[in-house]
Design a protein around this ligand. Sequence first.
Ligand code: ADP
Ligand code: MG
Length: 254
Amino acid sequence: MRQTDVVMSISNIRKSYRAPGYKVEALKSVSFDLHKGEFIAVMGTSGSGKSTLLNILGALDNPDEGSMVVKGIKNANIFNEPDATFFRGENIGFIFQSYNLLKDLTVEENIALPLILKDVKAHEIEKLVSRMLALIGLEKWRRHRPVQLSGGQQQRVAIGRALITSPPIILADEPTGNLDFNTSNEILHVLLDLKEKLNQSIILVTHDPQVAAFADRVLFFHDGDIVDEHICIDKDKDMESILLKFKHTMRPKP
Ligand code: ADP
Ligand code: MG
């Protein structure tokens, strides 16, 4: 991929958590580029820094050191308000393991929320939400509330909400972690379909090699470092290599 296609580039990101008698180096010195339309899967043991990474990429948290360049622009204030909120609004769609939907709002209202917060006009909201409902296959459910939906359907609503503002970057932290195999597969295909249609760049944390095999590239984390990488070429063969590399990653260092 060409260098000009880089949408987000991070260099030497470090983050530790400290309290009296407690210090964890959650990220040691992490650098990588995300390209336009690229799907990166992040795998690693529990506590290896995956969520910390995603929170920093989405400017929900700030690193101790390091820099982030987005669409060629380096903003030293990106992790501070009000720039952080502005950056998120323009660039990032988050999908979490817990769907974080507002239970008193209908499906279409949940999806419309980011547009309402951006003061988009009502007729434009109606158009965008209808298109999104078709993309995520929930047209018949638009007036239902989250409790009336299955886990997979709720996660689709969360995806719809994350993508409704057409953010160039999707950050997904174990989005299929609460779902059974079939539903998880279904959600993954919704994401892949959106990547195909909207050329979305995606960074997705998963512990499932079958999910990671759909990515273009897999980064393996251990103890706050990227310790291995896999470029995906052929899904079936990739899964085996991913599983092997993941197992190797989990082995304690001698
Ligand atoms: P992962 O998502 O890979 O499981 P995390 O990024 O959540 O890992 O955590 C990385 C390390 O940082 C872990 O050791 C975790 O206990 C620690 N950590 C994460 N968030 C905090 C926090 N807010 N305060 C203190 N320690 C934290
Ligand atoms: Mg995590």
